[in-house]
Design a protein around this ligand. Sequence first.
Ligand code: HSE
Length: 430
Amino acid sequence: MDSKDFGVAILGFGTVGSGVYELLHGAALPIEAKYAVRFHVYKILVRRPGAIRAKPVPPGLLAKGISEILADPRVDVIIEVMGGESPAREHILESLKAGKHVITANKKLLGACGDTIAEQARAAGRFLGFSGAITGCHQLCPSIARSVMIRSLMGIFNGTSNYILTRMEAGQSFADALAEAQRRGYAEADPTEDVDGIDSRNKLAIMTKLAFGKLLDPREIPTTGIRQLSATDMTFARELGFAIKLLAVSRMLEGQRLYASVRASLVPLEDPLAGVQGAHNGIQIYDALRGAQAMLAPGAGSQPTAMAVFHDLISLARGEPNLWPPPTTRDRAEPIHLVKVPSPGEYYVRMNAKNHPGVLAAITRIFAQGQINLANVLQKGAAGAATIPVVLLSGPVEEAAINTAVKKIQATGDVDSCVLARVERLQERN
Ligand code: HSE
């Protein structure tokens, strides 16, 4: 059988772009042997040609500008791995207009205007691949996009923050773990996007679109990160039977209401997501027809992302349809709207409290006044210490009641800091 040829241009030559090039170039023979396809990289576009980069652009491939790529008839597909919204958005839209297929790993851009890009790809009859934007769970995406009865999805979508939490569990500091994640090529150009939940919420917007047909504005999704956590929280959570993860959640409620959030959460140790280690990602879906499904996979770094991009190249070569769902008729008839207040849940509260007689009694009294049942209370510390950590795990309660109680406790002046995290359980056990 003759092999098919595909001409490729890569936009961006950082961690991911160089990984894609190395894969296509270095594994060209096994790729052709297995898939009967040859991918030729004809051009590479970079934002700053003079910049010092870890891997230099291979000689002869540097394009002067996007127009040179658009005008090159050998280029069938552009792979956009430059990140950021602009000029990636313009390059993608112009490429589709010029008849090129598009593969992008740009979660920020898809979160901001995925529907517009997908619509233009559909109108132009061109392929749009985006597995690299959701590296850690792209294998499950065809199944999610074709489901009709998904009720909820929960994911660990950021490798950097999961790496940091895993290292903190082993006693490393936040700063050292972040530096290590950056060295390994997991982190975003601006790592605050990883640790503050921004990267996770962009990916949550994409996964929610696949699951429920609605592209949420990522900026509207309530989001907090992991900076407030310490190794102490990891230890207390484990003692209570949980791991702490930066969890992205979306859940379809009655009446076209969609709850979504990104926040540090307690996951029962027996749930699959509790076992996600290092830079891996994980996703759990609860589907009314199929029950629970989960998958765990590497979610960040050069090679896993290059492999996700490669997955799209093979889908393109096989003529597979675009996965990005059109706007749902459900959303058109009666718009789906975002709900920012979660259903009642259990909450973990850690306070750093003054080590005086009566402080614990005062704290628990305020919870009792708020009708909050306490499932567990832990207090540990050296007898002579000025402050000691107090940890409470509530029974199911509205988050507003917890917030009110915490504010009242802080007003007493007996506590100087407070960490709050929600418990998230697999839906089928609720
Ligand atoms: N910075 C991202 C992460 C890379 O840590 O997961 C993959 O999108």
